[in-house]
Design a binder for this molecule. Sequence first.
Ligand code: NAP
Length: 306
Amino acid sequence: MIYERVALIGLGLIAGSMSLAMRRTGLAGEVVGTSRSRATRETAREIGLVDHVFDTAAEAVEGADLVVIATPIGAMEAVAREIAPHLKPGATVTDVGSVKRRVIEAVAPHLPDGVHFVPAHPMAGTEHSGPESGFAELFDNRWCLITPIEGGDPSAVERLTALWNGLGANVDAMDPDHHDLVCAVTSHAPHLIAYTMVGVADDLRRVTDSEVVKYSAAGFRDFTRIAASDPTMWRDVFLTNKDATLEILGRFTEELFALQRAIRTGDGQMLHDYFTRTRAIRRGIIEAGQDTAAPDFGRGGAKGTR
Ligand code: NAP
């Protein structure tokens, strides 16, 4: 057992998966939680997602050794403010937000002395959300990035690292700004591109009738999975990782123009060289065990990741 009592604030995909994975290997003595809406709290109670569901975050964190803030990023400051007076001295507070610098700025100032804040981001997810979407295997062989704050307690970082290892994840420590840039490339910009592509196809549907949906397996379908992700979560990601995302989108636009020019001028060599380079990246991801080489993106077994 790593923590005697863990409190989850928010009971969606990530918190639910953490609870189920903690149970799998007995990482916590007791897991309690709370969620903003009565409906989610009721569902969590019905399916026994955690050992006890409280009506408020203030009650949930009483006596907890670890508090996990697992709400959309935009709600984290208010949560920190609400729980601060109720935290147990010596407790660790962590979060699972997909952006790190802004979360540190929003949460850290509200926490009392003697409470350790260790920000983290499990790089695993699906396009589903809510209390019934979690599963214990979500973090298996995925990465969790921990971005320790300056002057933080190394033993609190070590303990949280042990928890994430126990949940199935590999853990790396990273500077928060660097984390935000890496995620802008690997996750945030790709999501925006998928949202855009699906939006364009939706506009075109008027001219193509239902053909976009009917023939979607040609590639479009994979964009639609990403573009079905939770709107609130992704709104908050773009609002809070603005600079890094805009930087990557600027580069993306330049590359897109270069490819457009190659198509217009019939520069087949350029296109072939480009696609050869990108194919090697896919191979590298498979070799790193972060996806399957099965055709059609391993449909029929593999769960989505992000
Ligand atoms: P989710 O399934 O949509 O669950 C979100 C939870 O936060 C729900 O319990 C919801 O409560 C609560 N919540 C929503 N708005 C709130 C507010 N304004 N104040 C207080 N609570 C609020 O979300 P998730 O996918 O678990 O994501 C949670 C966090 O994990 C996000 O910060 C996200 O960036 C991060 N993350 C997500 C993924 C992913 O792929 N999904 C991957 C890595 C990290 P109600 O249901 O009661 O309204």
